[in-house]
Design a binder for this molecule. Sequence first.
Ligand SMILES: CC(C)(COP(=O)(O)OP(=O)(O)OC[C@H]1O[C@@H](n2cnc3c(N)ncnc32)[C@H](O)[C@@H]1OP(=O)(O)O)[C@@H](O)C(=O)NCCC(=O)NCCS
Length: 227
Amino acid sequence: MDLPVLECAVHWARPADTPDMRSLLAPGERDRYDRFMRPADKARFVTGRFLARTVLAEATGLDPKTIRFTTDCPHCGGAHGKPRLSGTELDFSLSHSGDRVVVAVTEGAEVGVDVEEEGDRDVDRLAEMVLAGPERAALAATPDPKRGFHRYWTRKEALLKATGHGLAAPMTDIHVSSPNEPAEVVSWTGEAAVSPVRLADLSPGPGYAAAAAVLTDRPLRIVEFTC
Ligand SMILES: CC(C)(COP(=O)(O)OP(=O)(O)OC[C@H]1O[C@@H](n2cnc3c(N)ncnc32)[C@H](O)[C@@H]1OP(=O)(O)O)[C@@H](O)C(=O)NCCC(=O)NCCS
């Protein structure tokens, strides 16, 4: 029997920093907002939390002002874990980079999302640190290594954000398809490894790479919305 399609809603926004947005921050979030030194970091943070709250409020019927996220780390008990909304089947993930903010939401399955601006990073050095051997060979053969590297990075970070490990788990344990092929996990070993999983590249626009990962065996439908 065919499994039902699972929808992953992906919401895009540009960073902003308005009183309306700041008014929705919970007290601890407001402290964090105040500690950011650079206006751009404040804007990405407040937009991410605002977008997550408004999207989740619409999906649940909750008042966005009352939405509180838990961030408990299951590994050490610290407060730097994956943000979650308790008491619901909805899972969400958020990411921000440069001029992009994104929130992905699924129901009944864990989701991870990542967006990265394709900056002037030392791709060769980073590739040694985060890519598996066959990925490094595939990257060397691609016409645009910067683009290819950011595809690899966002696919892997989306997977590690879905599990909640983040960059605490090694990216070299994950082997994904080559950048010009449809996104999928080829193999995944180590403590963070999960199966089955669905992976998809997103459409953040020129100069950016983005991916979403959902821990499910159901066929995935990605629907992207731009605010
Ligand atoms: C999650 C993480 C990969 C994000 O890195 P990044 O590329 O700089 O940032 P992104 O913009 O893509 O994502 C940031 C968002 O990820 C979310 N996030 C934070 N920790 C997360 C985790 N463990 N899993 C999934 N998502 C997480 C938050 O919503 C955060 O947004 P915020 O600024 O509004 O709080 C990184 O912060 C990380 O690895 N954190 C965990 C570190 C850890 O657990 N260390 C020790 C464990 S004992």
